[in-house]
Design a protein around this ligand. Structure first.
Ligand code: AMP
Length: 278
């Protein structure tokens, strides 16, 4: 596996990979969810690249950025073992010119939910992903459904800016008890970790109930109340149109998604669920 740390090295490495390239963008602290993306990338293209970059532009809280886990040595070993051909590991200086002036702004699916909770977050995500796509000249980019709104934002960027890349989504990888894998789960205390899978249980049950087509609030209000009672700080638990993130009062014929964010201690848990039968 080639490890590139600046653009010149990346371009040199890319020139040595003649087949199609699938890119897996990550912020490191890799877990089995990331490795499922790498496995999907291997099926989708002739070569696989993964990027590790903790993107300061997408963090709204300096404290969150400062404590974001960094495990580069283990990450590189895991990527190599998973069959990656190229690791793109720029530092902030390699990624952003000090006088950078261009960013990628997204309306529509970037509004509301994470966009409202973290102002500027999706500008940071869209900007860095656009740069990663162009830097790597990737043919395919692989994203987890775990970050559902992010996936819709990226799809819209690629469509609206005519970036020649295919976006490949991968289903959320979960712990046995249902908790969606996340690099931030390590910050849960033992008690919080024991409580955390309740979010997924409530989400799956609510998604099942919403499939019947009744008013969403009839299902979601009691679910929010149960989560709050158990100790979650529920930010949202909402039914949305799957591609646009527009809130829905009930499921219709177009694909819908149940999305959630809830705080547990110092950790914000994000999760989402398909509506069965769609
Ligand atoms: P991150 O390193 O958290 O920025 O995530 C990098 C990529 O991995 C994103 O496309 C995420 O959606 C994806 N990802 C994170 N957690 C999971 C998971 N539990 N299952 C599937 N994909 C995931």
């Amino acid at each position: 596996m080639i490890v590139a740390r600046d653009l010149a090295a990346l371009r040199q490495a890319r020139a040595r990979l003649p087949r199609t390239l699938a890119l897996v963008p990550t912020m490191g602290a890799l877990h089995a969810g990331h490795l499922a993306l790498v496995a999907a990338a291997r099926v989708a293209a002739g070569h696989v690249a993964a990027s590790i970059f903790v993107n300061p532009l997408q963090f709204t809280a300096a404290a969150d950025l400062a404590r974001y886990p960094r495990t580069e040595e283990e990450d590189l070993a895991a990527l190599e073992a998973a069959g990656c051909d190229l690791a793109w590991v720029p530092d902030a200086e390699a990624m952003y010119a000090p006088d950078r002036a261009a960013t990628v702004d997204v309306a529509g699916p970037a509004e509301g939910f994470e966009g409202a909770a973290r102002p500027g977050h999706f500008r940071g995500v869209a900007t860095v992903c656009t740069k990663l796509f162009l830097q790597c000249r990737a043919d395919v980019a692989v994203f987890g459904e775990k970050d559902w709104q992010q996936l819709q934002v990226i799809r819209r960027v690629v469509r609206d800016l005519d970036i020649p890349i295919a976006i490949l989504p991968v289903p959320t990888v979960r712990e046995e008890d249902g908790l969606a894998l996340s690099s931030r789960n390590r910050f849960l205390t033992r008690e919080e970790r024991a409580l955390a899978p309740m979010l997924a249980r409530e989400g799956f049950a609510a998604a099942e109930a919403l499939a019947a087509g009744g008013p969403a609030e009839t299902t979601l209000a009691p679910a929010r109340a149960r989560l709050a009672e158990a100790g979650f700080g529920v930010e949202y638990l909402a039914l949305v149109e799957a591609g646009t993130m527009r809130p829905l009062g009930r499921r219709g014929d177009a694909p819908a998604r149940l999305v959630a964010a809830a705080r547990l201690g110092s950790v914000r848990l994000l999760d989402n669920w398909a509506i069965p039968g769609q």
